[in-house]
Design a protein around this ligand. Sequence first.
Ligand code: AMP
Ligand code: FES
Ligand code: ZN
Length: 303
Amino acid sequence: MKCRRCRGAAIIDVRRHNAAFCKECFQHFCEEQVRRAIEHFSMLHQSDRVLVAVSGGKDSLAVWDIMRRVGYEADGLYLGLGIGDYSDESGRYAREFAEARSLKLIEISLPNDYGFDIPTGSQAARRAPCSACGLSKRHLFNQAALDHGYDVVVTGHNLDDEAAVLLGNVIRWEAGYLARQFPVLPATDGFVRKIKPLVRLSEREMAAYCVMNRIEYIVDECPMASGNRHIGYKEILNQLEEQSPGTKGSFVAGFFDKAHARFEQVAVDEREGLRPCTQCGAPTTNDVCAFCKLQIRASGVIT
Ligand code: AMP
Ligand code: FES
Ligand code: ZN
């Protein structure tokens, strides 16, 4: 197996590109894919203050690393979700990455700062853990960016994540979710811009990137995620990809380039119904936003 770029000995193949790379050229490939995604979707301006949401997992640590290498200064944000040992360990990886590179890491703790954790909060609110967790992350990433003066929040969603979420959204024709599934969501009243620079790179490539760059990350999956529909979708998509390399890439890129615009109006209409949450001021369609409701239920005021 020869490296496509330098013809030296390759150590990793990327079948959907019909290519293989040596270590240096794989590094170049990953940076190039991030550069292309940023450019194609006009994700960033050089003057932006950038905040990377880092979970301690491979994708978010890799995206923080690559962003800096391709020339974007970025600080990190770690959110402690209170999921036992899993949260303790993931926080440790995020902290160690930041400390080793003298990077700024903002930390928010759901238990310490908001008085509840995901296991008890989701139970009190009778929500699936991943749903309580997802809404808390969306709310707190945005809030932290606003509080600390950042223009944009970066997440480590990769090609496999996007393909699995897209499949789920298409199976149920979730027009609102499809409208909001895009690698860049522009800033609107009360929301900072959100971007996903890893949309062109796979989970396997990000694991390889971390190993090659000696980035240590939490390997375990979240213990509350078992039974999550997206895990099954990823398996199905992996089978399709195995049979026909490039399937995930064309599914996702085709949606972004050819179909997403057809759903955009749904998001515009939804935004029109937004007003400030009476508790925290975040945009919501109700009096009290979903995060504040979760917090109130979790603290036992309403059950
Ligand atoms: P997930 O929702 O777990 O698939 O994670 C998607 C992305 O959200 C990750 O790539 C991170 O950028 C971000 N993220 C997830 N969990 C955390 C966390 N605890 N703190 C900060 N960012 C996170
Ligand atoms: Fe959110 Fe597991 S990381 S429920
Ligand atoms: Zn609120």
